[in-house]
Design a protein around this ligand. Structure first.
Ligand code: SF4
Length: 116
């Protein structure tokens, strides 16, 4: 089963984008980039922020997620990058490239399709 981690902007998550509800609703409805899981059993395992500008700690934070989930035998299998990063972050290329280089799982750029 796929276990999904959503990575987003620290300045936007649960502040601008209250409750991160657009990503969560998008996931529940299998809208946007979650459409690919329409006929799959898949779990949302976490919502991780970038660690604040300029996203320098993102690799450490990804490692922390894996460590934090280890006692529960949970392992992230896919990472979705939220539109708060893909559409709005000035550091997005560096952040996304670091995640691609270091996470060891498939990276999907995008989550929900709703206006932000
Ligand atoms: S680095 Fe990008 S994603 Fe992170 S807080 Fe700054 S603007 Fe947001």
């Amino acid at each position: 089963m796929e276990k999904i981690l959503i990575v987003g902007c620290k300045k936007a998550m649960d502040e601008v984008c209250i409750g991160c509800s657009r990503c969560l609703v998008g996931f529940n409805r299998r809208d946007g980039e979650f459409e690919r899981y329409e006929n799959e059993t898949v779990e949302l395992t976490g919502l991780l922020n970038c660690g604040d500008c300029p996203g320098a700690t993102i690799v450490t934070r990804l490692a922390q997620v894996n460590l934090w989930n280890k006692p529960m035998d949970e392992k992230i299998t896919k990472i979705h990058i939220g539109p708060c990063i893909t559409d709005h972050c000035p550091h997005k290329d560096v952040i996304i490239n670091k995640i691609k280089a270091k996470s060891g799982v498939e990276i999907i750029e995008g989550t929900h399709p709703y206006p932000v």
